[in-house]
Design a protein around this ligand. Structure first.
Ligand code: ADP
Ligand code: MG
Length: 724
């Protein structure tokens, strides 16, 4: 459903400065060097397919006819080394060749048409040549549909648009230009004048025109900024988008905070009972987080909090504390995990604590057998079961709570906003919305936190429980490296320790980022890895992956956690949450296929027992000097989850870090989370300021903004449905 506005906002991804184009006839005079890059313009005198083995298209350009292209003057020719007195050489020709050409391609270059190409100039045997140059324009003399006759003549600074399926570049350019010209004079300016003035932003219409129709006189810094896609016009579009986004988030937060919420007032001794029950002393960070939780839970407004703590920071205990406070107050809590395995493990952890505190707890997943589930549902609906641990199955319509006061979502990046909202709708008694606690181990860079989670309050669990040693991390190159990893596993097993060996997904085509991988061998198969390790008669090796039926998986996990297995070969089903204190080794096969944050999480699985030396071995077959290898070295050099997430964000972008769609990350078209970090913070500040001055946007100065927000709300709704 594209509108004229959408077309006008289809931004050029670059610009060609055709004023710099050197005419054939002046190439020699310009003193251009062999191998140098150049944009050249000439008149087609020949175009033919040469049917040799690497069949090529050859186009020969000669100087434009005298007077045919008045815009070109020798003064715009780069002056470097231009021979004094050297003039136009009417005998000069430029030969263009495109290899592996198809028959018929010569028709793109009608005789007599004017062509602009960019590429590397080769000067050989007194002839100027270019191989596979980029065609920037073909115009005049019967240039066909793909030509420029209909579009803007190839002069000045010409925008280059992203490719649109099935639409010729010239057509996109023409449409965008027409749309921009039509819209510019009456473009709605949603940004309040005061904000635009503070931020030094040009009016919307001016920005549109500059981007689609740059003035031919642009020079110097302004030209450089445009070519670098960093002009004030670019900044304006990015700001506008980020500003609306922040306003929307603030609005959403304000709306949600206006709902009534179940007040949890547990007895005074609830906290001391909790401390007496947990098998460890809470860290200072955990105590602070729980205190914050207790305060939020006792308030009549729904908590919307993100709990962020590096892997192993002890988020489960904080979550349990929240659930306990809700239960002790006579209400219910739900803990939702992304996988059954994790839900099972949460239950195993929490059940003894809950029992000691007198709370009934249950596990609800898709594989809970029917009859069991029916009685479970009845107990949940009656409010007898106080703490429910589960997966997405918790969101099913048939799950009705008696009095859900707290919903906790673990490892949030796998849940969509829509699911978050559904959990919120499970309030039960009355219309009160439950308090919401979202937990994540992926440290979220501030810019991303402001955009993806801008509607949540943030608690950071910035301290690990005592006695943890960061894993010694090594990259193991090729087969020799893997042999060393196998030897380490055997050695640790003899010492009574355990090892994880994680492989990429078992399904070909399911793994992450093939494009990041250079020369990776075929995906390690869990089965093959298991077989290799099992050849060592001293090792007891188990295998677990997502395709295994839940009971078998549970059985293997159970044996591993009881120490009956030395090695667990697994896919990333163990990625988050599993807790095996005796595990000291984490080996990752084809490590280059994983994201850095994911690898960091994996290595957080080892070294949880006191006084151990944990190891993380990243096996890879990429070359030691490849970019993929550089990524892996980030992990060797850092155990700081934040720094790693920043690096991951910079390398792979937020979509990869979070899975854009699952995360419900808003679509950002012009803004860029890295390049515009400062702009995001500015947008947030301005949005807060506007809301503080005029929460309902009813002041006349905010009329344009109110209209823009209304329009945006309609679109966001569409996106949310898509992403759900
Ligand atoms: P995560 O934040 O990654 O979810 P967990 O909640 O799984 O971390 O905790 C990791 C491990 O640390 C578990 O074995 C847990 O029992 C232990 N743990 C949590 N809090 C403490 C603490 N205060 N002192 C000692 N161990 C703790
Ligand atoms: Mg966890």
């Amino acid at each position: 459903m594209a509108t004229v506005g959408d077309v006008a906002r289809l931004l050029p991804r670059g610009y060609d400065d055709l004023r710099r184009a050197v005419e054939v006839g002046w190439l020699e005079a310009a003193g251009l060097e062999d191998g140098g890059g150049v944009t050249a313009r000439g008149r087609v005198v020949r175009a033919r397919i040469v049917p040799v083995r690497r069949r090529f298209l050859e186009v020969v350009l000669e100087p434009p006819e005298e007077g045919a292209s008045p815009s070109m003057s020798p003064s715009t020719i780069p002056s470097s080394g231009a021979g004094a007195g050297a003039g136009r050489n009417v005998k000069e020709r430029l030969v263009l060749r495109w290899f592996h050409a198809r028959f018929g391609m010569e028709a793109r270059f009608p005789l007599g048409s004017s062509v602009v190409v960019a590429g590397k100039l080769r000067l050989a045997r007194g002839q100027a040549e270019m191989a596979n140059p980029e065609v920037i324009a073909v115009e005049g003399a019967g240039a066909g549909a793909a030509g420029e006759a209909a579009g803007k003549p190839a002069r000045g600074i010409r925008p280059r648009y992203p490719e649109v399926d099935g639409v010729a570049g010239a057509v996109v350019r023409k449409l965008a230009l027409a749309a921009a010209r039509k819209l510019a004079p009456r473009a709605r300016d949603g940004i309040p004048a005061a904000v635009a003035a503070r931020q030094g932003l040009p009016p919307a219409g001016d920005a549109l025109l500059l981007l689609h129709d740059p003035p031919e006189t642009l020079e110097g810094d302004a030209l450089a900024a445009l070519l670098g896609l960093a002009s004030p016009a670019h900044r304006r579009l990015a700001f506008e988008e980020l500003f609306y986004l922040q306003l929307g988030l603030l609005e959403r937060r304000a709306r949600a905070a206006a709902d009534p919420a179940p007040v949890c007032a547990p007895p005074a001794e609830a906290m001391s009972k909790l401390r007496a029950t947990l098998p460890f002393v809470l860290t200072g960070a955990q105590e602070a987080a729980i205190a914050e939780l207790a305060r939020d839970l006792a308030a009549p407004r729904p908590m919307q909090r993100l709990l962020q703590g590096d892997v192993g920071a002890g988020k489960t205990a904080v979550a349990f504390a929240g659930a306990h406070l809700a239960a002790a107050a006579g209400r219910q809590a739900a803990l939702m995990a992304p996988t059954e395995l994790l839900a099972e493990q949460h239950l195993a952890t929490l059940a003894p604590w809950a029992a000691a505190l007198g709370h009934r707890v249950t596990l609800l997943t898709a594989s809970t057998p029917r009859p069991v589930r029916e009685s479970q549902l009845a107990l949940i609906a009656a409010g007898v079961t106080r703490i429910v641990v589960g997966t997405h199955a918790l969101l099913a319509d048939r799950v009705a709570f008696h009095d859900l006061a707290l919903a906790i979502v673990d490892e949030q990046h796998r849940f969509g906003v829509a699911q978050r909202a559904r959990l919120r709708d499970k309030g039960g008694a009355g219309a009160a919305a439950p308090h919401l606690l979202v937990m994540t181990a992926t440290p979220i860079p501030r810019t991303l936190a402001l955009t993806a989670y801008g509607d949540l309050d943030l608690t950071i669990l910035g301290e690990l429980p005592p006695g943890r040693t960061p894993a010694r991390t090594h990259v193991a190159w090729g087969d020799a490296g893997r042999a060393k990893a196998d030897a380490l596993i055997a050695r640790e097993a003899r010492a009574g320790h355990q090892a994880f060996v994680v492989c990429p997904q078992i399904d070909p085509g399911q793994g992450p980022d093939d494009e990041l991988v250079e020369g990776a061998r075929t995906r390690a198969h869990v089965g093959a890895t298991h077989a290799r390790l099992a050849r060592n008669p001293d090792l007891r090796v188990g295998l677990v992956h997502g395709r295994l039926p839940a009971n078998e998986r549970e059985d293997v996990m159970g044996r591993f956690s009881r120490g009956e297995l030395d090695v667990l070969v697994a896919t990333t089903v163990i990625e988050v949450g599993v807790d095996i204190p005796r595990a000291t080794v984490m080996v990752v096969e084809d490590a280059e296929r994983f994201g850095l944050s994911q690898l960091h999480q994996l290595r957080g699985r080892v070294g949880r027992g006191q006084g151990q030396t944990p190891y993380c071995i990243l096996c890879t077959s990429v070359g030691a000097s490849s970019p993929a290898a550089d990524r892996l070295r980030v992990l060797v050099g850092s155990s700081d989850g934040f720094a790693i997430a920043e690096a991951d964000l910079a390398i792979r972008g937020p979509g990869e870090l979070f899975g854009t769609r699952q995360a419900g990350l808003p679509r950002i078209l012009y803004g860029d989370l890295q390049r515009h970090a400062e702009l995001i913070v500015e947008a947030r500040r301005e949005a807060e300021r506007v809301r503080a001055e005029d929460p309902t946007l009813s002041q006349p100065a905010h009329a344009g903004l109110a209209a823009a927000m209304a329009e945006r709300a309609a679109k966001v709704k569409l996106y949310a449905e898509e992403a759900g």
